[in-house]
Design a protein around this ligand. Structure first.
Ligand code: PEP
Ligand code: MN
Length: 488
């Protein structure tokens, strides 16, 4: 423990520079990149320490099995998709999904979107084949262009990422505070687009029951039950109508993450609970400070960049935000515990969320031993199932897709294995989209689901430029499945 503490003392937002950087970006003009980053360093933070601490507190509730985490959104956002329609559709689906869980499983839901900064993509190969040409891989809108003619990394895209994140966050904040998210109007979250009559009826049954419950609460004048999940949330109370919603992205481009990492005062009501990373911020004053990544509330480290001696883990161990760690089949059990020792030496609650993503055919081989190792270590973690990333395949027509049945198979195996191990699944991490085309049709990127999407139908409205996402109906199918599981 002592060794870790000494290392923590040596941590700085730039200490990762001395470690090998997986998935690093090489800019043709390094001076230009430096100048963009120093400009970003002076721009305002996107999120505040109080919001970040509030999320940490809510994730502690997830760890205690008192709340369920929904982490969801696009595989990657694009700058072009930063529109009011798209953002409200994404928020609407996340709200609908969480409503099904709250209503069915009677559990508060912590909502974290893959949104307002999820631009960078890790790639398995530096090049990809387009037609008969081999070109540098597309690395996400904040690195290079989807257009194969413009694949050279351009640092100005980092600046664009900052401003697109800002615009997205502004839109989210205004939607959340202007009644869009109110449980009084769940139909506004795009129920009109649900085509399956059964799904529609089920969702309507919930919203009507909810309207009744809200009416009743108003009638009896209950102050404390007023539209909210009244569990302790880090110094505040979640109020639907002004629901809590958090942002996240993969912390892949460390120069950008570093530029938005700021030494800020720890909110006063939490100071006594913070054990590590305290500093007076060089002010000489006695107010404790911590390094917050102010680009998002939650950042996660991907399965390709989580090497114990690598730059990403070095960066992640020093920030105060709650973090996610992707855990795939290549993670060793000892390695997992060592990693937890590094990123959470003081074993603080709410700090680490493990997002498992083995694939339906591999989960039986790995999950139980990972759970056992973490239980033995005594580390507090939230376990989240990502049933998407281990189940990607290529359709006979050459489209990247996922089978709804396989996604469900990993998710149900995950629920079962946790129970068998005396553990509990704390949440899901999904790639889904609430987008509809002008005629009101959902995207067609994943096979199956209650709408029984076939291989021939995949090409109809395949809009993802990255991984295939569940559409609105398929996502609600998943929500009902989880909700029914926890109802029992
Ligand atoms: C992702 O979540 O988009 C992703 C790339 O996941 P993983 O690191 O688990 O492959
Ligand atoms: Mn993805």
């Amino acid at each position: 423990m002592q060794a870790n503490r000494t290392e923590v003392d040596q941590w700085s937002p730039s200490s990762w520079h001395s470690k090998p950087v997986a998935q690093g970006v090489k800019y043709p003009n390094e001076d230009q990149a430096k100048s963009v980053l120093s400009k970003i360093q002076n721009l305002p933070p996107l999120v505040s320490p109080a919001e970040i601490e509030r999320l940490r507190h809510q994730l502690m509730a997830v760890q205690r099995n008192e709340a369920f985490l929904l982490h969801a959104g696009d595989c990657a956002e694009s700058f072009d998709a930063c529109t009011h329609e798209n953002i409200s559709a994404k928020l609407g689906l996340i709200l609908s999904f969480s409503l099904i869980l709250i209503w069915g499983a009677r559990v508060p839901v912590v909502r974290i979107g893959r949104i307002a900064g999820q631009y960078a993509k890790p790639r398995s190969s530096g090049t990809e084949k387009i037609g008969d040409r081999e070109v540098p891989s597309f690395r996400g809108d904040n690195v290079n262009s989807l257009d194969p003619e413009h694949r050279t990394p351009d640092p100005e895209r980092l600046m664009q990422a900052y401003f697109h994140s800002t615009a997205t966050l502004n839109c989210l904040r205004s939607l959340l505070t202007s009644g869009f998210a109110s449980l009084h109007h769940p139909r506004d979250w795009s129920l009109s687009h649900v085509r399956s009559p059964a799904l529609r009826a089920e969702f309507e049954r919930i919203t009507m029951g909810l309207a009744d419950a809200l009416d009743f609460t108003r009638t009896i004048g209950s102050e404390t039950a007023k539209e909210g999940f009244n569990y302790e949330q880090g110094g505040g109370r979640g109020v639907l109508g002004e629901v809590d919603f958090y942002t996240s992205h993969e912390g892949l481009l460390l120069p950008y993450e570093e530029a938005l990492t700021r030494l800020l005062p720890i909110p006063s009501n939490l100071r006594s609970t913070v054990k590590s990373q305290q500093s007076t911020g060089g002010t000489g004053a006695s107010i404790p400070h911590a390094y917050y990544n102010t680009s998002a509330h939650f950042v996660w480290v991907g399965d390709r960049t989580r090497q114990l001696d690598g730059a990403h883990i070095e960066y992640f161990r020093g920030i105060r935000n709650p973090i996610g760690v992707k855990v795939g089949p290549s993670m060793g059990t000892e390695e997992l515990v060592k990693l937890l020792d590094v990123v959470n030496p003081d074993r603080e609650g709410g700090r680490v969320t493990l997002i498992t993503r083995y694939g339906a055919s591999k989960i039986e081989m790995f999950l139980a031993s990972h759970i056992a190792a973490v239980q033995k270590s005594g580390h507090p973690v939230a376990w989240v199932c990502d049933p998407m990333h281990g189940n990607t395949l290529t359709s006979s027509t050459g489209l990247k897709t996922r089978n709804f049945g396989t996604i469900i198979s990993e998710l149900t195996a995950c629920l079962r294995i946790h129970t068998e191990c005396g553990s509990k699944l704390g949440g899901v991490s999904l790639e889904f989209t609430g987008e509809f085309n002008d005629e009101g049709f959902s995207v067609t990127e994943c096979l199956g689901g209650s709408m029984e999407l076939s291989e021939e139908q995949l090409g109809l409205r395949y809009q993802s430029f990255c991984d295939p996402r569940l559409n609105f109906e398929q996502s609600l199918d998943v929500a009902f499945l989880i909700s029914n599981h926890f109802k029992k």
